[in-house]
Ligand binder design. Structure first.
Ligand SMILES: [Mg+2]
Length: 184
């Protein structure tokens, strides 16, 4: 049986949106390479510019535990709960690039977002298959191809991209959705 919600749908990314990857990368970079940087110092830089040592970003993302121990973005749990009252939410993560992350991400969601059921968790590769009314993400490679309204979550690597609606935090996400005035 096909079930179809009449509520509008939102695809919510994990890394850089509900999970704080920037501070984890800064921490792992210091632990792995002995090089100290800060979240403030990497603003406006690409991943390669922020962590230039030895293809560091990709290596750090493959370290067991990296995704399981991410901090939750400030205000994300409360805001996602609030949006869930009105919208059908899907957590959508292009996780197959990092196979180790798959179970870690499911466990992380179970710990921090237990109110998101397994039907609403989508682990994928190419997000252009996602057909939600809204997409909240930090990467143009996903937002540029979404069929719904794109909402760019601020991140160190996307400060030079200006063609999507930008939000800086979860309070701004809630304010933006209030302005849409969608019917429940
Ligand atoms: Mg992301």
């Amino acid at each position: 049986m096909k079930t179809q919600s009449k509520r509008k749908t939102i695809a919510i990314d994990m890394d850089g949106v509900i999970a704080d990857v920037e501070s984890q990368l800064v921490k792992y970079y210091e632990q792995t390479y002995g090089i100290t940087t800060t979240v403030e110092a990497i603003q406006g830089l690409s991943g390669a510019e922020a962590f230039p040592e030895d293809s560091a970003t990709k290596k750090m993302l493959n370290v067991p535990g990296f995704f399981r121990t991410l901090e939750v973005m400030p205000g994300a749990i409360e805001a996602v709960k609030k949006l869930a009252e009105q919208y059908e939410l899907y957590i959508v993560s292009a996780a197959t690039e990092f196979p180790l992350s798959l179970l870690e991400k499911i466990e992380w969601l179970g710990e921090h977002f237990p109110f998101i059921g397994w039907r609403n968790i989508v682990m994928c590769g190419d997000k252009s298959i996602i057909d939600t009314d809204y997409m909240i993400d930090d990467h143009c490679k996903n937002l540029d191809f979404c069929s719904g309204k794109a909402i760019m979550f601020n991140a160190h690597h996307n400060l030079r991209q200006h063609h999507h609606t930008r939000v800086h935090n979860w309070q701004e996400v809630l304010a933006l959705f209030e302005s849409f005035n969608d019917q429940a």
